[in-house]
Write a protein that binds this ligand. Structure first.
Ligand code: NAP
Length: 358
């Protein structure tokens, strides 16, 4: 579609797919606080746990949040929720790190077929004018070594090095986004904006999310990193900034294309250092760097292949986030606040426990 001005009627309902998710829950909350009416899709609207925060938001904003049942793998299941929406924010997609037994079935199929399914409903729903798709920096690059000999990654870059067998989650995001652009470009009624966060951290509105974000922070309290952390650089960004970016992208008429939404690059050791500064030495935070060769030996047990270690540990990584700053106006939160607020919540929820006194 040719780039134009897409104005979304703020009184129309906004559809958020995967509303239970870590990122989506913040999107739903901010949309409601902005006065919008929200339709959230969930796989099981009748489940007894994992929806409490959405029910509470619904009660705080009477009549403005409705949950619908939809599954990425059920053709047409998004039609009902989408009827009359002008803006569709598609976040639903599995984010699993480490050992994934059947990456095709658990990651690639739901991401790819799910995106096709949601966009088929968009094609069939005359009211839709814009789709905001949650992609990732991992659709921009595959392994950190991909930056060798070049500068920071930009929105012009695509991940060309991941596959079902090597880096399946990045692969799932890449093929899903590519398919989405193909579907978008085949018509001219609706346009699309894609959001590309690094690892999303920061407080969660739900304890039920299985997002890799939770797994990453949990490693700082369950002794996984007590013996040290590998020199693994990754993008990172606050969940609240990512949620706001989706909404701004939806309601900014001339927003277009891909937006890297990443605050900075950070290593596991740097996260440990930030945590130590705020929470002291009584939690099992990492102090030392695990040498690459040693990490290679233990990584497979944690679900990371030797190839992953070779191509990612010890390599620098940089993303250029200037488009998101200039065009979406994002003022990225400091990592100290993002990580500190996230861990504080884990303390409050009883997930992070102090080490026993010796
Ligand atoms: P999350 O908390 O695990 O949320 C994933 C959502 O996807 C859940 O609402 C889940 O619904 C839904 N989902 C999974 N499989 C589904 C299926 N077959 N049918 C319908 N819904 C399904 O993960 P998140 O971190 O918020 O991730 C949200 C999005 O952000 C994903 O697209 C992810 O790739 C992207 N992203 C995340 C990060 C990050 O660091 N967290 C970084 C970059 C991009 P149920 O409640 O029914 O399971």
């Amino acid at each position: 579609m040719l780039r134009g001005m897409t104005t979304i009627d703020p009184s129309k309902p906004v559809l958020v797919t995967g509303a239970t998710g870590y990122v989506a829950s913040w999107i739903v909350r901010y949309l409601l606080e902005d006065g919008r009416t929200v339709r959230g899709t969930v796989r099981d609207p009748g489940k007894s746990s994992g929806l409490e925060h959405l029910h509470a938001l619904g009660e705080a904003h009477p009549g403005r949040l409705t949950l619908y049942k939809a599954d990425l793998l059920d053709t047409g299941s998004y039609d009902e929720a989408m009827a009359d929406c002008e803006l569709v924010i598609h976040t639903a997609s599995p984010f699993l790190l480490g050992k994934v037994r059947d990456p095709q079935r658990q990651l690639v199929t739901p991401a790819l077929d799910g995106t096709r399914n949601v966009l088929a409903s968009v094609d069939a729903t005359e009211s839709v004018k814009r789709v905001v798709l949650t992609s990732s920096v991992v659709a921009i690059h595959g392994d950190n070594v991909d930056m060798k000999g070049r500068g920071a990654f930009t929105e012009a870059d695509w991940n060309t090095t991941s596959s079902v067998d090597h880096q399946p989650y990045p692969y799932s995001k890449t093929v899903a986004e590519r398919a989405a652009w193909e579907i978008c470009k085949a018509q001219d009624r609706w346009d699309m904006v894609t959001i590309h966060p690094g690892l999303v951290l920061g407080p969660s509105l739900t304890t039920a999310s299985k997002s890799g974000s939770m797994a990453t922070m949990k490693a700082f309290t369950d002794y996984t990193l007590a013996g040290g952390a590998p020199d693994l650089a990754m993008g990172m960004v606050d969940v609240r900034d990512v949620a706001r970016a989706h909404i701004t992208a939806g309601f900014t008429p001339d927003a277009h294309g891909r937006y890297i939404t990443n605050a900075r690059t950070i290593t596991m050791l740097e996260i440990g250092k930030i945590l130590r500064k705020r929470f002291g030495r009584t939690y099992p935070f990492p102090y030392t760097k695990v040498p690459k060769a040693a990490f290679k030996l233990v990584a497979p047990a944690a679900g990371y292949s030797r190839e992953f270690v070779e191509k990612n540990v010890g390599w620098p990584l940089e993303f250029d986030n200037s488009r998101s700053v200039a065009e979406l106006g994002i003022d990225y939160r400091a990592a100290e606040d993002t990580i500190g607020d996230h861990f504080q919540q884990m303390v409050d929820d009883g997930i992070a426990r102090r080490m026993p006194l010796k």
